[in-house]
Design a protein around this ligand. Structure first.
Ligand code: PLP
Length: 395
């Protein structure tokens, strides 16, 4: 820590310097955190959808969107659903998560990751992140599991709670891929399924392979603030044909094909993505390479101005990874909440929308009693990360 006497001036200077740096990149305009860009065939496809009257849960755009997503990500299958949270819910069920299980989730994530675990009647068990990737730290996870769990008939059991730990959910924070090589090793060693929350990482690659395709199953989100949007939407990715078929079945009310009868042979979900949203998705997917290029260019511009500032760094993609740079992030070098908050204040007043990272999950009252590992890195990241305007339309 630097000496208290010097802090106030550093604080004022750094907040102002950050505003100046953002202005140098964006100019004196207002900028949202992540505004969508509709510059392609959106209107054409939406009109086509209305003209066809297929606006809802069947239609050609749903099939096409699923095919295009599979092609883009290199996943054998993609199943489109109503949102990323629903995708996670179903992915966890398909991975075998049952009532009373525990599921390892990073404390540093958006609430949807932990919510989806709760929907299954399971308990999130929070683990720490790595400072390099901002995602689940495989080494910390390995030591925690070696200390806390035992293998019982091929299952990972929490010694304290007696519950089965069924799976781990790596989340690729702001689009930066986790260390999937490390996580695959740890998951194998401790008999865990991997369900990847790739909600933020469409267009991000670890060693050349698309995020969301490493585990048994992965999920995407197409919410309005994501790299690609369908208004609301999500998808389930898997290379396993059986799982893909099962995903489609239970997200379409578990209806068996029949000429006219309503045959549902289990409790299913109405999670299918409407054709209207899929039409938007097809148009957006055509522009995705352009969005990704623009977002890298924006990163490069920010990098040039932020390397000149002391006390703060711009988060860069991890080694051997290609990030989609969904959200650009600054990391303050010192933990200083007053500095963070004054920086948030100054940037927002100047018209540049900035946000702190999410509150850690164990700090939310509904998850306060859940089991957790030491979270030192996540706790530091919580206090030092600031997201700055990141939309593809900004360059
Ligand atoms: C956006 C997001 C989701 C899913 O969000 P939906 O709004 O339900 O599509 C899940 N996890 C993370 C980490 C996210 O950022």
């Amino acid at each position: 820590m630097i000496d208290d006497v010097e802090k106030p001036s550093l604080r004022a200077d750094l907040g102002a310097a950050i505003v100046g740096a953002i202005e140098e990149v964006l100019g004196p305009v207002k900028a949202d955190l992540h505004a969508p860009v509709f510059a392609g065939n959106e209107w054409t496809y939406l009109k086509d959808c209305l003209d066809s009257t297929f606006v809802s849960s069947v239609g050609a755009y749903v099939d096409r969107f699923e095919r295009d997503l599979a092609t883009f990500t290199g996943s054998a299958h993609a199943v489109a659903v109503v949102n990323g949270t629903a995708a996670l819910h179903v992915a966890l069920l398909l991975a075998g998560v049952e009532r009373g299980d525990e599921v390892l989730v990073p404390a540093l994530t958006f609430a949807a990751t932990a919510n989806a675990v709760s929907y299954c009647g399971a308990v999130p068990h929070f683990v720490d992140s790595s400072d390099d990737t901002l995602g689940v730290d495989p080494e910390a996870l390995d030591s925690w599991l070696s200390f806390k769990t035992e293998q019982v008939r091929g299952l990972c059991v929490n010694r304290d709670t007696g519950r089965v730990i069924r799976a781990v959910v790596p989340m690729h924070t702001f689009g930066h891929p986790c260390d999937m090589g490390g996580l695959l090793r740890v998951a194998r060693k401790h008999s865990l399924q991997i369900v990847e929350d790739a909600a933020e990482s469409l267009g991000s690659y670890y060693h050349g392979r698309h995020t969301g395709t490493f585990g048994l199953i992965g999920t995407l989100s197409f919410n309005g603030n994501k790299t690609l949007t369908t208004g609301g939407g999500g998808a389930i990715l898997t290379n396993d044909e059986q799982l893909a078929r099962r995903a489609k079945f239970i997200t379409t009310t578990a209806k068996r094909p029949h000429k006219w009868e309503y045959v549902h042979d289990e409790v299913g979900f109405n999670y299918r993505l409407p054709n209207l949203n899929a039409a938007l998705g097809c148009a957006q997917l055509e522009q995705l390479p352009g969005f990704l290029k623009a977002k890298r260019e924006l990163h490069e511009k920010y990098r040039q101005v932020f390397t000149r500032l002391d006390g703060v760094e711009l988060v860069h993609e991890p080694e051997n990874c290609r990030s989609n740079y969904w959200l650009q992030a600054l990391k303050l070098k010192e933990v200083d909440l007053q500095l963070r908050d004054s920086t948030l204040e100054q940037t927002n007043v100047a018209g540049y929308m900035t946000r702190p990272v999410w509150k850690l999950m164990h700090g939310l009252q509904q998850f306060g009693a859940c089991p957790r590992a030491p979270l030192d890195v996540a706790e530091k990241l919580e206090k030092t990360l600031i997201n700055i305007p990141s939309g593809a339309g900004l360059v």
